[in-house]
Design a protein around this ligand. Structure first.
Ligand code: FEO
Length: 164
């Protein structure tokens, strides 16, 4: 049987993943307001990915015969100064999420919970990409600088992002 401390920590992560989705939805709407429809699309796909992460953990909790407890989702930031500001915030946020996943893994190790360790390994791997992608986009945005034509090309490119 899964330890109740582990269940409670996993439920907190469900909330953190939902909050991430909420954050990226907020970025998506803000970027749309600012005329960047491709970047808005990229963040909308990212939001769906976060809701999928939440669902993956919630399904695991249920599979261990434990209870998923959905808590209120805290308010998120509503506005960013520029696409660069939004992607900087994204990278900073993903680094925090990586830390949360590592904490969960440490708890699973402490509790000798091999099944949860196995489930969390997927998230450990996923976080590499979750940090790498915004970092790469930020490199591009730094090269673009204040060139509006180049920014519009990037916007068009990011419109091509598909759901995983
Ligand atoms: Fe669910 Fe972006 O980490």
């Amino acid at each position: 049987m899964i330890n109740s401390l582990m269940v409670s920590a996993l439920n907190e992560q469900v909330n953190a993943e939902l909050w991430s989705g909420y954050l990226y939805l907020s970025m998506s709407y803000d970027m749309d307001n600012k005329g960047f429809s491709g970047i808005a699309h990229w963040f909308a796909v990212q939001a769906r990915e976060e809701f999928e992460h939440a669902s993956r953990i919630a399904k695991y909790i249920t599979s261990r015969d434990a209870k998923v407890l959905l808590k209120p989702i805290s308010e998120v930031r509503q506005e960013w100064n520029s696409p660069k500001d939004a992607f900087e915030d994204t990278l900073m946020h993903e680094k925090i999420v990586t830390g949360l996943i590592h904490n969960l893994m440490e708890k699973a190790c402490e509790l000798k919970d091999y099944e949860t360790k196995n489930m969390l390994q997927w998230f450990i791997n996923e976080q590499i990409e979750e940090e790498e992608t915004p970092r790469q986009i930020l490199h591009t945005l730094n090269m673009i600088g204040s060139n509006p034509a180049a920014l519009l090309i990037l916007d068009k490119e990011l419109k091509g992002r598909e759901d995983d």
